[in-house]
Each structure stands twice: as C-alpha cells, then as structure tokens.
Design a protein around this ligand. Structure first.
Ligand code: FAD
Length: 472
C-alpha cells in the first residue's frame, strides 16, 4: 500500500486518492478535524459531498461519521431529466456513481454527443454545443449524458448505502440552525435536533441553512423564466425525429428542449424554457393534495401555452410534441444572487444553496466541483480550525462561481419573449455566439476539481472576506 502523505504536496494534489496517515498524524488531526459531520439535503451536492468527504477524511479520521438529513420521506420522483456535462460525468465516475448508472441498463441514461440547436420556426440548424472533440471523443474520455433525476438519485444512494460511515435520515426538514464554540445544532420541523462539529448546507436554492442561519439577507428570487416539462413515448410521435440525442429548438417565444433520456431512445424528455409571470405561478403548479378539477385546469392551461408557443413550429415533430402531451408540469426557476455569505464558524453552504444560477446544463457540475474541492481542502487543512478551510475554499471558488452566474444570466435573457425583429436577430446571432464561445466552453469541460492545486495552509487573520452578505 502506498504511503501517500510522504509525497510532496503538489504531487499529492494531482491525484484524487486516499492519503494514508501515520499514527502521529492521526493523533495530530484529532484536535480540529471534524468527526461528526451533518449534511442538510440529499441532492447532488449533499450526496457527492458525503461521498467525497468519506474518501478524503476517513484515512485521517477513522471514527468519522457523516449524516445526511433529507426533508422528503422518500426519494422525490419529480424534476424530469438532467443533462450531465463531461465534468459532471468525470466526478460521478470517480465517486463510483457512473458505474451504478451503467448497471441500470437503458434507464441509466443516454450518451449526448452534442446539443443540436435549431430554429423552431424554420428547422434551420443553428450550431451545436459539442460534448465531443473533432475526433468524436469525449472530453477527458467523457461525453454528455441525459438521465432522469430519480435514476441519478438512486445510483448515488446505492453508493451511499455501501459507504459505512455515511448515514441517510429521511423526513428531516431543517427549520433553523445554531452554533457555539464547540458544536453546531440543527433543528428540524418535527421537533428533533442533531448536533455535530461541522454542518454543510446542501439544501438547494431555497436553503433553510442559508436563509435561517448563514446568510438570512439573501433569499432566492424568481428568474422570470420557468421550465414546462413532460416525458413522452418516442413511438407516440409519427413525424421523423430531427435530432440525434438532444435538441434545443429556439423561438421568440422561448426554447423547447427535446431529448432522449434513456439508452434505447424509447422516451423523450421535453422542457420548454419560457417566460412566465410570477403572479401566475401559484395558479399553474401541480401540488400534492390538489383536487382533480384544479389539476385538470392547470394541465389544460399549460397545454394551451405549449400549443401557442411551439404548435406552429416549422419542425413537424416539434409541432406534434407541443400539441400532444396533456401532462405538462411547471418548474419555476429561482436563483441566488452572487454575494451571499457562504459560511459561519461551523456551517458552510455548497451547491445551489450557495449559488443557484439559471441552469445552462452545467449547474450539477458546479455542485460536484464544490463538494470535491471542499473535501480536498478540508483534508488538507485538517490541522486548522474550520474557518481556515472555509476561507481557503471560498478563495478558490468565489470568482469562478460569480463568473459562471453572470454568463448564465446573459444566456438566460435570450429565453424571454421577444418581438418579431428581436426574435430574428436572436436566430441570426446565435450561430456566432455558439462558435465564439466554443473554446471557453471546452476549456471549462477540461476543468478538474480533483487536480487543481490547493494552497498550503497559511496564518491569516482576515478569515471572513465575506463576513457580510451583499446580495444586491
Ligand atoms: C428546471 C431545472 C432544470 C435543470 N436542468 C439542469 C441540467 O440539465 N443540468 C444541470 O447540470 N443542472 C440543471 N439544473 C440545475 C441543477 O438541478 C442544480 O444545480 C443541482 O440540482 C443542485 O444540486 P443541489 O444538491 O445543490 O440542490 P438540489 O438538487 O435542489 O438538492 C437539495 C436537496 O435538499 C433537500 N432540502 C431542501 N430543503 C431542505 C430542508 N429544509 N431540510 C432538509 N432537506 C432539504 C431537497 O429535498 C433536495 O433533496 C436544473 C435546474 C432546474 C430548476
């Protein structure tokens, strides 16, 4: 077995592997290294963080215990399908999740070589967001993948189940948290509490960890855009399918994503990305406990929306898809403006809880990057108090995330309803935008959070660079 801790730090950072400590190191880490870690939320950030922490810290903290608290009683089946970029796939592979997805056969998702962009009006191809290089190879060996969210969750939980120091507790909705010098306490809606050394708030865009504890002045806000989603059987569509695996069909009334979501291409995930008035949201969301009449009214309303926005498309299968399904669901998209405070002395926000941005198919990768980077930093800073690791993490991460937020925002604006001329302009300029941003996009897919060098711990008195939130 390699004794990795003897390798100089720069070389250790190049690999994502266990560092096997000596007995002396073990006793040294006992002072500050957290033993009892509480994670709020079992989404992509929460589960990946639990797995990455177990991998990175277990060699130094043999009695490590990580507990995931999820508000739902069972896995949520809502949310449709998600696109995983090459970066996300690489991380999931290293965490053992991709192997589980692959074992699931067709349901484990479909390879995505490219998102093909089309004018919904004329059917004209506008360019591709490629997940392969000129030779058809994935970036670092990984292409894109579209998979149902529930299937991804099942694969992640399978890995959690076989990781002996991670425990999953369902039906625990965080309502508030508090901390003192020695520990942090979570308070759940059912009146119970949990106490630990370190809390990771991975509870998504509406995070209670953020709004009731770490950064109360940074609420989530509606972006003005919603997804209207459904899944249909491929063989219910009679017109020829115009895309290989995933298409984005652009119009001046929003964009319609149509993508296979299983390996056998038996199902198509449809998601219209459209402007939707905030005042109308409460009347358009299907909720548990609603009566049949209300649900029927909402479904008809969304069906009419789809028909009026995409029912006259120049692409026959898009026309058919838009008018066919009666099962559309509305998902309003929220964001958290850059500037939220990310940590206190014992709690840190990760994933959407810290920086939810309008999705452009990359946000899951950001949540995974967060988890892996933080776990590596915590392992490296295990001899220091937690805020030192928090600050090192924030120093490495804050600018990247703020830049990504701004880029997402700019892209997102293109989904607003446009006038006739603006709509044409969007169609004409999109191919240039896709070509011009290709290099930047592909560089991002080469990014590897397991390889970037983590600065060595330094004495620093200004640990709270973001002591105050600024979400304006
Ligand atoms: C409509 C839509 C489509 C998207 N499509 C894509 C895509 O194709 N590709 C992509 O990369 N990204 C996409 N994203 C973004 C992506 O889904 C998120 O960035 C990602 O899920 C963030 O993971 P997370 O774990 O931080 O948050 P979440 O996935 O939201 O997980 C948070 C978890 O915390 C739990 N929780 C919440 N509150 C509490 C509480 N108080 N107590 C306990 N538990 C709690 C929730 O139940 C959930 O399990 C999309 C987002 C939206 C809204």
């Amino acid at each position: 077995m390699d004794v990795q801790y003897e390798v100089p730090p720069q070389q250790v950072d190049k690999e994502f592997h266990y560092n096997f400590p000596t007995e002396i190191e073990r006793s040294l880490t006992s002072v500050f290294a957290p033993r009892n870690i509480l994670i709020v939320g079992a989404g992509i950030a929460g589960i990946s963080c639990a797995l990455a922490l177990s991998k990175e810290l277990t060699p130094f903290v043999p009695d490590l215990q990580i507990t995931l608290f999820e508000r739902h009683d069972v896995l949520s089946t809502s949310g449709g399908a998600i696109n995983l970029t090459p970066v996300a796939q690489r991380h999931l592979d290293r965490l053992g999740v991709l192997e589980e997805l692959d074992k699931m056969g067709s349901e484990g998702g479909t390879d995505v070589d490219a998102i093909e962009m089309f004018s919904a009006r004329t059917g004209r191809p506008l360019g591709n967001i490629d997940f392969t290089d000129a030779n058809g190879n994935g970036f670092g060996g990984y292409k894109g993948r579209r998979v149902m969210r529930i299937i991804l969750s099942v694969a992640m939980l399978t890995v959690v189940e076989r990781t002996k120091n991670i425990k999953m507790v369902y039906g625990k909705k965080l309502v508030r948290g508090e901390e003192n010098e020695d520990q942090a306490t979570l308070h759940f809606q059912d009146g119970t509490t949990a106490t630990g050394d370190l809390v990771l708030g991975c509870d998504g865009v509406h995070s209670a960890t953020r709004t009731h504890w770490v950064s109360p002045d940074c609420p989530s806000e509606y972006t003005g855009i919603s997804f209207v989603q459904t899944v249909i059987d491929t063989n219910s569509i009679k017109s020829p399918i115009h895309f290989r695996s995933t298409s984005m069909n652009i119009s001046r009334h929003g964009s319609l994503l149509a993508s296979f979501c299983d390996r056998e291409h038996e199902q198509i995930f449809l998601a219209a990305i459209v402007q939707f008035n905030e005042a109308h949201l409460p009347y358009c969301r299907i909720e548990n406990g609603q009566d049949f009449v209300t649900q029927h009214r909402i479904k008809n309303l969304l069906h009419d929306q789809m028909q009026s926005r995409f029912g006259r498309s120049g692409i026959p299968c898009i026309r058919e898809m838009a008018t066919k399904s009666g099962d559309w669901m509305l998902y309003p998209v929220y964001q958290v403006r850059p500037g939220a405070r990310w940590h206190t002395d014992r709690a840190l926000l990760l994933g959407d809880a810290a920086h939810a941005m309008p999705p452009r198919d990359e946000s899951a990768a950001y949540a995974l990057d967060d988890s892996i980077l933080f776990s590596r930093i915590l392992a490296k800073h295990r001899h220091e108090p937690l805020p030192v690791a928090f600050k090192a993490y924030e120093d490495l991460r804050r600018n990247t995330v703020t830049t990504a937020f701004k880029a997402s925002r700019r892209m997102w604006e293109k989904n607003r309803d446009l006038g006739f001329l603006e709509g044409r302009l969007k169609e004409w300029t999109l191919p240039f935008y896709i070509r011009n941003s290709k290099e930047q996009r592909e560089a991002a897919w080469e990014f590897d959070a397991t390889k970037i060098t983590i600065p060595a711990p330094v004495e620093d008195s200004s640990m709270y660079s973001f002591g105050k939130s600024d979400c304006s």
